[in-house]
Design a protein around this ligand. Structure first.
Ligand code: LAN
Length: 637
């Protein structure tokens, strides 16, 4: 195994001990940011603007459109929004690339064919009539919390987007009219703007944008909401707007105005711009906008999160120690240990119950403490990283704080024995049938995931080893049971946050083995057979985002080092390190490494909502060397 790869990891560490990189990929974040600024009467500064235009140019598809992410086929949603964003940043309508984009979206109905979130952003700009939106009223926030469809029961990312949407919709918020907006209304539609049938437009969506179909139930709800909109009481609306604003304030305060993600960050800022134009909230929001900006070789973009620092750092630590590199990497690990210490959440968010928040104390977020939303598996990986640093004398988090992390993890376990992301499952799974987004799947309910469950099981096992007698046995057993139950008949597990079955299967088998399952167990034999069946002739493994979209293993055109690493690490866990299959995989992975110790770029390995790919910048530096080290040790053992 080559130590060069570990030097690469050590060399790319930030001064604060973390790894911080590009978290781009999605192509709907930059235009929402640009549109939000425009509504607030602002524009990105020149360098950012030029970089954003360059980024969009670099990722325009051959057909003239833009995909949901940099690798996906064109959608009307992202094509219209990125067209508008470039126009708002000063690109002329006669620009050849924009002419090509128009030629793609006009035959598909222009904004009328867009997935629902695109229509909403356009309505905010005055480029789409509010009558053409399926209603997103603020009133549901006033319903009794006990109802199974109260908005507080939605997955936090979804509800935090629909919260400011509800406020903006309730106010019919709209940018100040400009000649540019008037010109855009002429450019975007295949017919004159004045002749659009807005009521009919509500149910319209182009085939490219209809990933989740609109169920009978959803269509019925939309009709009822449409009727309600016609008769709604002004008094109730005012109360609902007030409630939304209070909850928006709660989110802003809990996250130091970073907000849970880039979409609600922009929408909340717009809300305050309209609610209190010169208020302190607008200033506070503006200061935190750059947190999401990413300057990269392929231009400037809005990251999918304020960063992925904690996640990357926790894995980097485990990879270095797990590869037997601790002695040579003490300084690196020492700095990483400081970062882990600095970013653990020490207190609950303000008024958690009022703001529908789960207690946060002891958890780790995906990015930084200031972000304020700890997550089950980020806490688990943070805890595991601290525990591998401990015997080296490099863990800086005191025992009682590690115990708080364990408490946080235990508090999140679901009734089915699994773990969701940020909260316990709050809503029934059938809420997903009312998903109004068109382009995102699985966003309504925070249900148990194989990845989160495995990470939490592993962390609890590590804790029990460090603290014998810790009362975590039952939680571990229930988690293991969840992992067994979710194995598919073909022997694999479907991942939700990485591409796709190789990722899910890696988590599942490492969780099961940590939980005490032995290599001969039928569950692990089936998992190994599943992976072996997907090995390519050249010894590699490969999966693409199509796996997630189609929910079946879809190979890429070449082997992928990250996929191959997950498969190899899984085979070590199932007791197959010393097999011909593993040897061929290792040979492929070694041959693929460049002279500089790095593995060449490959398709995006992260995903969310089954449809959107996202870039994990450190994965190519973490998983291949880790897999090579483990296969070597596994076969020696
Ligand atoms: C993330 C990023 C981190 C990720 C892991 C911790 C890796 C995962 O194990 C659990 C889920 C989580 C927290 C996650 C969920 C979905 C997110 C927040 C993202 C992929 C980053 C961006 C994405 C967010 C939903 C994008 C905005 C789009 C919407 C549909 C709201």
């Amino acid at each position: 195994m080559s130590p060069r790869a570990h030097e690469v990891l050590a060399r790319t560490q930030e001064a604060d001990g973390s790894w911080k990189g590009d978290y781009g990929g999605p192509l709907f974040l930059t235009p929402v940011y640009v549109a939000g600024l425009y509504v607030m009467g602002q524009a990105p500064e020149a360098r950012t603007r030029d970089g954003m235009i360059a980024h969009l140019r670099a990722h325009q598809n051959a057909d003239g459109g833009w995909g949901l992410d940099v690798e996906s086929p064109s959608l009307v949603f992202t094509t219209v929004l990125n067209y508008v964003a470039q126009r708002l940043m000063g690109v002329d309508a006669t620009d050849p690339e924009l002419v090509r984009a128009r030629a793609w979206f006009l035959p598909r109905g222009g904004p009328l064919g867009s997935g629902s979130w695109g229509k909403f952003i356009l309505a905010l700009l005055g480029l789409y009539d509010y009558d053409g939106l399926t209603p997103v009223p603020p009133e549901p926030w006033l319903l009794p919390r006990a109802l199974p469809f109260h908005p507080s029961r939605l997955w936090c990312h979804c509800r935090m987007v629909y919260l400011p949407m509800g406020w903006l919709y309730g106010r019919r918020a709209r940018a100040v009219e400009t000649p540019l907006l008037a010109a855009l209304r002429r450019e975007l539609y295949p017919q004159p703007y004045a002749s659009v049938d807005w009521k009919g437009a509500r149910s319209q969506v182009a085939a490219s944008d209809a990933y989740t179909h609109r169920s009978v139930g959803l269509r019925a709800v939309n009709r009822v909401l449409g009727l309600y909109e016609r008769v709604h009481s002004k008094w109730l609306r005012a109360r609902a707007l007030k409630e939304c604003l209070a909850l928006i304030r709660g989110e802003d305060e809990a996250t130091h105005f970073i907000c849970i993600g880039p979409i609600n960050k922009v929408l909340n800022a717009v809300v305050w711009h309209l609610a209190r134009p010169d208020g302190p909230e607008v200033r506070a929001h503006r200061e935190r906008l750059p947190d999401y900006l990413q300057h990269s070789p392929d231009g400037v973009k809005i990251n999918g999160y304020n960063s992925s620092q904690l996640w990357d750092t926790a894995f980097a630590v485990q990879a270095l120690v797990g590869s037997g590199q601790a002695a040579g990497a003490r300084d690196t690990l020492e700095r990483a240990g400081r970062f882990l210490e600095a970013e653990q959440v020490l207190e609950d968010s303000p008024h958690p119950s009022r703001n529908h928040r789960h207690p946060s104390r002891g958890g780790w977020p995906f990015s930084t403490r200031a972000h304020g939303w700890p997550i089950s598996d980020c806490t688990a990986e943070g805890l595991k990283a601290c525990l591998v640093l401990e015997p080296l004398g490099l863990n800086r988090v005191p025992r009682e704080r590690l115990a708080q992390a364990v408490e946080f993890i235990l508090s999140l376990q679901n009734r089915d024995g699994g773990w969701s992301t940020y909260e316990q499952q709050r809503g029934p799974r059938w809420l997903e049938r009312f998903n109004p987004s068109d382009v995102f799947s699985g966003i309504m309910v925070d249900a148990s995931y194989v990845e989160c469950t495995s990470a939490c099981v592993q962390a609890l096992v590590a804790w029990r080893r460090a603290q014998p007698g810790a009362p975590v046995g039952r939680a571990i057993a229930r988690g293991v049971d969840f992992l067994c139950r979710t194995q598919r008949p073909d022997g694999g597990w479907e991942g939700s946050w990485g591409v796709c079955f190789s990722y899910g299967t890696w988590f599942a088998v490492t969780g099961l083995v940590a939980g005490g399952m032995k290599p001969g167990d039928a569950v692990l034999r089936r998992a190994a057979a599943f992976l072996m069946a997907h090995q390519r002739e050249d010894g590699s493994w490969s999966e693409t985002i199509q796996s997630c979209r189609e929910r079946r293993w879809v190979d890429g055109t070449t082997g992928h080092a990250v996929t191959t690493s997950w498969a190899l690490m899984s085979l070590v866990a199932t007791g197959d390190a010393d097999s011909e299959v593993t040897r061929r995989g290792v040979a492929w992975l070694r041959a693929r490494q460049g002279a500089d110790g790095r593995w060449p770029p490959e398709p995006l390995a992260g995903v969310f909502s089954r449809t959107c790919a996202i870039h994990y910048d450190t994965y190519l530096r973490i998983f291949p060397p880790w897999a090579l080290a483990l296969t070597q040790r596994g076969s020696a053992a």
